[in-house]
Design a protein around this ligand. Structure first.
Ligand code: HSE
Length: 296
C-alpha cells in the first residue's frame, strides 16, 4: 500500500489590516502521513476527540478524492503537529492542505495546486492561511466568483517574526462571532490604505513604515476583549519599535522586526506584566509551501 508524508508550514493571516486576504508562511510545521489501506479509518498523533471522520485532514482527503472521482478506500493518518492548535497560526489550514495534497499525491497528482486551493478554500471559507501554506512566503488572496485567486509578494529577507503564544486557545468561530456584520466607510478606507503599505513595507524591509501600516480597524479592536493581556503586551511591543498585530484570529500576538535581540528584551518584561503564561517562539519566513517529505 502507498504511503506519503506531507509537511505544511504554519501561517499567520491578516498581518493587521489584510483581514481574510494577507498571509505569510512561517518556520513551524505540521507533518501528516497518509497510508492507504483496504478499508477503515485510523488516525493517530492527535487527541482522541479529533481522531474520527471529522478530522480536517481526513475531510479534506475525502474532498480531494471526490473531486478527482477517485474511490475512497481505507486510510491510516498520522499527525505530527508542531503548530499549536487553535492559536492563530494556521493549524486547521495545515490539516486541510495536508489532506488534499496527500490524496492528490497518492492518486497520481491529477489536481494542480490551484485545484487543491479551491477545494480547501470551500471548506475553510477564506484563503488567507491556505494560500501561504500551499505556496510559502507572503501572499495576498481574493475570492472572485467563489474561487480564490492568490498572488505572491516579495519579502525582505531580514525580517524576524516573534510569536507570543498564550496557554489558552481561541476558536476562530468565536473570534469571528464578535465581529460586526457591517463596517463603516472610514474603517474600510483605513484598512485598504494601510494594507497596501504593509505589503510594500514588508518588501522594502522598512520597519518604521510597517509599524505604522500594520494597524487595523476591522477585527483587532473587537477581538482584543477575548485575549487576556492584549493591551498590556501591545503597549510593551510598541515601546520596542517592532511592528505588532494579532496573528490570524488570535490569540497569538505577533511581532515583526529586524531587531534580533527583541526576544531577549521582552523576556525580562513579559512575565512581569501578564496574567496568562505566554511562550515566545522565534520564527522566520518559510519561503517554501507544503511539500512531500517522504513517500513509498
Ligand atoms: N482571516 C481569518 C480571521 C484567519 O481573522 O478570522 C483565521 O482563520
Amino acid at each position: 500500500m502507498k504511503r506519503v508524508t506531507i509537511r505544511v508550514p504554519a501561517t499567520t493571516a491578516n498581518l493587521g489590516p489584510g483581514f481574510d486576504a494577507f498571509g505569510c508562511a512561517l518556520s513551524l510545521y505540521t507533518d501528516v502521513t497518509f497510508e492507504e489501506t483496504d478499508a477503515g479509518l485510523e488516525i493517530t498523533g492527535c487527541p482522541e476527540e479529533f481522531a474520527g471522520p471529522d478530522n480536517l485532514a481526513y475531510v479534506s482527503y475525502c474532498a480531494a478524492l471526490a473531486t478527482m472521482s477517485e474511490e475512497l478506500r481505507g486510510v491510516k493518518i498520522h499527525i505530527d503537529a508542531q503548530i499549536p492548535v487553535c492559536r492563530g497560526l494556521g493549524s486547521s489550514a495545515a490539516l486541510l492542505v495536508a489532506g488534499a495534497m496527500g490524496a492528490n499525491v497518492l492518486r497520481g497528482n491529477k489536481l494542480s495546486t490551484q485545484g487543491l486551493l479551491n477545494i480547501t478554500n470551500a471548506m475553510e471559507g477564506h484563503p488567507d492561511n491556505l494560500a501561504p501554506a500551499f505556496y510559502g512566503g507572503l501572499t495576498a488572496s481574493m475570492v472572485d466568483n467563489g474561487l480564490p485567486v492568490t498572488v505572491s509578494f516579495p519579502l525582505h529577507p531580514d525580517w524576524d517574526f516573534l510569536a507570543l503564544v498564550p496557554d489558552f486557545d481561541l476558536p476562530t468561530s468565536k473570534a469571528r462571532a464578535v465581529l460586526p456584520e457591517q463596517v463603516n466607510r472610514a474603517d474600510a478606507i483605513y484598512n485598504i490604505s494601510h494594507g497596501a503599505m504593509v505589503l510594500k513595507a514588508l518588501e522594502l524591509g522598512d520597519e518604521k513604515l510597517l509599524r505604522t501600516a500594520m494597524q487595523d480597524r476591522l477585527h483587532q479592536n473587537y477581538r482584543k476583549t477575548l485575549i487576556t493581556d492584549y493591551e498590556k503586551i501591545e503597549g510593551l511591543i510598541r515601546t520596542t519599535g517592532a511592528a505588532f498585530c494579532l496573528s490570524g484570529a488570535g490569540p497569538t500576538l505577533l511581532c515583526i522586526t529586524q531587531d534580533h535581540k527583541l526576544e531577549e528584551k521582552l523576556a525580562k518584561k513579559l512575565d512581569a506584566i501578564t496574567e496568562a503564561n505566554w511562550q515566545m517562539i522565534p520564527l522566520h519566513i518559510e519561503f517554501q509551501g507544503a511539500r512531500v517529505i517522504a513517500s513509498e
